[in-house]
Design a protein around this ligand. Structure first.
Ligand code: ADP
Ligand code: MG
Length: 703
């Protein structure tokens, strides 16, 4: 057993119970194994001595070699030390360890100081620098030194960068001899990876740049490789098992609907329908993610898929994230399904009890072919006779658990065993490839990469609040030309009261700018009851009002081809993908459409960059990629709720796309040769997968 790795850090040289407790509470580190897997996030070239005169605010950390000039203890418990080198002077500041530092920092003596310079009143100082005596050839003053993530509590508790390095040194000395390789030889050879031992040593104490690169690559590759291996293995198991409901026919319903479509399917829609169709006849369960930008025509694909199910004698359901959207889907369905004989119903939280009982009954006896609804669909009371296909129009709003509930609603086979329905997840949030490979590593992905003809690019303009009068003038001109406008306010989930007051203030302003009787406004927000919401929305859709003032409830909703302006207030408070969705609400009919992003007065530099990106591109995938790079994948809209399926310790989905692709391709190769990983040379792989390190939150079994 790897006693060394499981050993408690408390017994490591220089740690002790107090620091051990701190490491546990701040970093979750309890064992030596965990400690050596806690990596530097960047490296300092400590062989470099920075001349004091050249210190600038873009240097995160500096190392200076300077003579103590003057030491001042001021009554407010602060020690100020002025040091100088040949180029200038800088102040070092201590709030702790005052006595100790005062005794040590004797004027005239020279030390090497290391720390983060801060600008303060036009001058730089360094708070709590690390202090080393000058030693030629000291290990800590030459070569690359790891900088570890830290917290104030850690530093105050004496766990400085230097102490962390020493702890790592001691931990490695104890652990490295016992560490066993976690990749098979052939995998390391094929991918030119260095051994684990070497990687761990050099990730903490790089011999040189080259060694560091090798170490980083090995550890990232390993992490991403196991992640993909685990996802893909589940996919192999799933597609290998004959447990999907076979749907051999296209069926009457499909043809009846298809033949009466008012338009031709786009090439992309045709391709995706074919992909879905071949899944449905395969006898394997379909698990497909359909990505398509706003307006790419996902609904039609969903409708045709449902009709294949009903044409084969099975029921289908479409689950939408909001009631408004469920209603709109339902209204569309009724239109498309008019030429068929499929009975379609709507079920939401506000369906009256009596109607609901009837629906429950008809679902069980099979007289309902398609049911459209919200979360209400996954309640236990909803039982199907034979659910064959579940479509989830998710916008990422369904949690993992909720989706898994759909599985249990499948049809039972002759032996009474439940066969899970085919699943089609639709999303308008374009998911960057690297993230899709991880989040949905075991899903098949279809992309609607073509918009129906007739859509026109939307011109996006970014303005400050003081330019709103000009914007209102512009909207008045558009309205005079017969167009309509959306004005959207951010929704603040944590505090719905603020949300409303924002909207109400906004509404008052808009109402003043667009007074009756010349203008008519609709207002829609999340706190209205459905009837009011519906009534106000449909007044706008029907063209009886000129402006719809709302919170983001319209994001996934209405289709108003006559609207030519989309104003988004406090645009910086929206995610990029959300902005992209909102923008997609215009440009559907009018000659030329506009999206006006109004930035608040306190927008940050990054916030501004994100908004500027919106004005440069309308490619949803590009926006999503950029969003991920700027914010990191954990923050990518929508993923906060479902969460990343695993926590990565070194690789980054945003930055390590290339390694991820390599690791994935290689994982596929390994599984192609040995799908169950039962060959002797793959024993390590199985063992690692089962170790729990790469546990994936049940993603594969849910969608
Ligand atoms: P999505 O759900 O992908 O955002 P929708 O399914 O709501 O998009 O479609 C957007 C609009 O495009 C709808 O008004 C729909 O009727 C229309 N549409 C869909 N497919 C086509 C097509 N092939 N040709 C023309 N219009 C289409
Ligand atoms: Mg849609």
């Amino acid at each position: 057993m790897e006693n060394g790795l499981d050993g408690n850090i408390q017994f490591l040289n220089g740690v002790g119970p107090k620091r051990a407790a701190l490491l546990k509470s701040e970093l979750g580190i309890e064992t030596l194994g965990q400690l050596i897997r806690f990596y530097p996030f960047r490296y300092m070239d400590r062989s470099r001595i920075q001349p004091i005169a050249s210190i600038s605010s873009d240097l995160a950390y500096v190392q200076i070699r300077a003579r103590v000039l003057k030491v001042d203890e001021n009554p407010r418990k602060k020690l100020s030390v002025i040091v100088e080198d040949d180029t200038g002077r800088i102040e070092l500041v201590f709030f702790k360890g005052i006595r100790w530092n005062k005794a040590r920092l004797v004027p005239g003596m020279t030390f090497v100081f290391f720390g983060k310079p801060q600008e303060f009143g036009g001058r730089f100082n360094i708070v709590h620098p690390e202090i080393d005596p000058v030693q030629e050839n000291s290990a800590l003053q030459s070569g690359l030194t790891g900088v570890y993530p830290s917290t104030e509590k850690l530093r105050n508790g004496g766990i400085t960068g230097k102490v962390m390095c020493r702890m790592q040194e001691a931990a490695l000395a104890e652990c490295l001899p016992q560490i066993r390789e976690t990749l098979p030889d052939y995998v390391m050879r094929d991918n030119a990876l260095c051994p684990l031992n070497y990687a761990l040593r050099n990730i903490h104490f790089p011999k040189d740049d080259y060694a560091l690169q090798k170490a980083v690559y090995r550890l990232k590759f390993e992490e991403l490789f196991y992640l993909q291996l685990s996802l893909l293995k589940q996919k192999y198991i799933r597609t290998g098992a004959e447990r999907g409901i076979p749907m051999p026919r296209v069926g009457q319903d499909f043809h009846a609907c298809f033949n009466s479509l008012p338009y031709q399917l786009t090439g992309a829609q045709q391709r995706v329908v074919k992909e879905i169709r071949s899944d449905l006849v395969s006898g394997h369960q379909m698990n497909r993610l359909l990505q398509g930008d706003v307006g790419s025509g996902k609904t039609m694909v969903a409708v045709l898929s449902c009709l294949i199910a009903t044409g084969n004698g099975f029921q289908a359901c479409i689950m939408a994230p909001t009631e408004v959207l469920a209603r709109q889907h339902y209204a569309n369905m009724l239109k498309y399904l008019a030429p068929t004989s499929v009975r379609t119903v709507l079920l939401t939280g506000s369906t009256p009890a009596k109607e609901r009982r009837e629906i429950d009954r008809s679902l069980r006896d099979g007289s309902i072919g398609i049911i459209v609804g919200t979360h209400a669909l996954i309640e236990d009371s909803v039982q199907f006779r034979n659910l064959g296909l579940a479509v989830i129009d998710e916008q990422h709003r369904f949690g993992v658990d909720q989706r898994s509930k759909l599985w249990s609603k499948g049809a039972a086979d002759s032996s009474g065993k439940v066969i899970p329905p085919h699943v089609l997840v639709m999303t308008a949030t374009p998911i960057p490839r690297t993230l899709a490979m991880t989040l949905y590593g075991d899903l098949d992905v279809s992309v609607l990469d073509e918009l129906p003809p007739g859509r026109k690019p939307v011109q996006t303009i970014l303005i400050s609040e003081h330019r709103k009068p000009a914007m209102y003038d512009f909207i008045r001109r558009e309205i005079a030309a017969g167009r309509q406008a959306f004005i959207v306010y951010p929704m603040i989930f944590e505090n719905e009261k603020i949300d409303i007051s924002n909207l109400e203030l906004g509404y008052e302003e808009v109402a003043k700018e667009f007074p009756l009787p010349d203008y008519r406004l609709s207002i829609v927000h999340g706190q209205q009851d459905n009837e009011t919401k519906e009534k106000n929305m449909s007044a706008f859709v029907a063209g009886r009002t000129n402006i719809l003032v709302s919170t983001t409830v319209i994001e996934v909703g209405v289709d108003v081809p006559n609207a030519s302006v989309m104003v988004i207030e406090c645009a910086e408070r929206f995610g990029l993908s959300q902005l992209h969705q909102l923008r997609g609400r215009v440009g559907r009919g009018a000659e030329k459409s506009y999206c006006v992003l109004v930035k608040g007065p306190k927008v940050s530099k990054e916030g501004l960059q994100r908004l500027e990106l919106m004005t440069r591109t309308d490619d949803g995938f590009e926006i999503a990629e950029e969003d991920m790079k700027m914010r990191g994948p954990g923050d990518l809209e929508g993923t906060q709720q479902s969460g990343l399926p695993v926590t990565l310790s070194i690789a980054s989905l945003a930055r390590d796309g290339r390694i991820l692709a390599e690791a994935r391709a290689y994982a596929l190769k390994v599984l192609d040769a040995d799908p169950t990983l039962s060959e002797g040379r793959n024993a390590i792989l199985l063992k690692e997968l089962r170790s729990g390190k790469y546990n994936i939150k049940d993603y594969s079994t849910i969608s």
